[in-house]
Design a protein around this ligand. Structure first.
Ligand SMILES: *[C@@H]1O[C@H](CO)[C@@H](O)[C@H](O)[C@H]1NC(C)=O
Ligand SMILES: *[C@@H]1O[C@H](CO)[C@@H](O)[C@H](O)[C@H]1NC(C)=O
Ligand SMILES: *[C@@H]1O[C@H](CO)[C@@H](O)[C@H](O)[C@H]1NC(C)=O
Ligand SMILES: *[C@@H]1O[C@H](CO)[C@@H](O)[C@H](O)[C@H]1NC(C)=O
Length: 213
């Protein structure tokens, strides 16, 4: 009896300690490249991003067909804290201001993410031949689905899978540098000044992920 209680107590302690070790960390300021691919193999977008981890601001700019054969040319400026974003089209000089319904994005671990596991890809036996990551998972809000995010020990998100009923995506971050190289990219361009907040049509969900659907 005592042994069982003691064992249970130890197990609880172990689990608690285990959980304490895995609080979602928050990422750094970053500049880099991001690619988005559907799990059917279609390359949706490749572009550059700038992320301010303090102000929770993101700029993502992609380019149709450059450098890969991609289908989406996007220019997005997202303010996750405020829950709004701008869709910018410098070609036709238009800018739309919209409300974000879902604040998930592949540059930081959501606060309510659940720790899944630690994994090393490649070989941890030789330096620089293996990459150790923590996997975090959680469900999507507003649509049925879930995500699985791989984050380095230093809290840099490497890749994120989004699974929904209809499609699945793989987002990958590459050539990341731990600084904001061009702070102007996170400033609302004059093109967008004074734009009214557009109504979200019934049944529409706006999020970073939805821009690629
Ligand atoms: C991240 O960028 C923001 C905005 O430029 C800046 O205020 C903040 O100090 C930066 N944080 C770090 C850790 O460099
Ligand atoms: C598209 O990509 C090419 C090559 O990387 C670059 O030279 C060009 O400026 C980009 N265009 C836009 C609109 O970003
Ligand atoms: C580019 O993608 C389109 C649509 O996915 C496809 O029809 C076309 O053949 C591709 N072009 C090249 C050069 O791969
Ligand atoms: C600008 O172009 C986009 C797509 O290329 C289109 O959705 C939008 O309505 C256009 N805006 C204006 C003001 O023409």
């Amino acid at each position: 009896m005592f042994a069982t209680v003691a064992l249970l107590a130890i197990m609880c302690l172990t689990i608690t300690t285990h959980a304490d070790h895995h609080q979602p960390c928050h990422t750094h300021n970053m500049t880099g490249l991001m690619s988005v691919m559907t799990l059917k193999g279609e390359m949706k977008a490749v572009g550059s991003f700038t992320y301010d981890s303090v102000g929770r601001k993101l700029r993502f700019q992609s380019n149709e067909s450059q450098p890969s054969n991609t289908s989406l040319g996007l220019d997005l400026l997202m303010f996750f804290e405020e829950g709004i974003f701008y869709e910018i089209d410098s070609k036709n000089q238009s800018c739309e201001k919209k409300k974000l319904q879902m604040s998930l994005h592949p540059f930081d671990i959501p606060d309510d993410a659940k720790f899944d596991s630690t994994m090393t890809t490649g070989c941890s036996c030789i330096e620089a031949e293996g990459l150790k990551v923590n996997i975090w998972t959680g469900s999507l809000t507003h649509i049925k689905g879930f995500y699985s995010m791989s984050v380095t020990m230093g809290c840099l998100p490497v890749s994120t899978f989004y699974f929904t009923d209809t499609t699945s995506f793989l987002f990958r971050n590459m050539d990341v540098e731990l600084e904001i190289k061009d702070p102007d990219l996170l400033v609302v361009p004059s093109l967008c000044h004074g734009k009214p907040l557009e109504d979200t049509p019934e049944g529409t969900v706006h999020s970073f992920l939805h821009e690629f659907m």
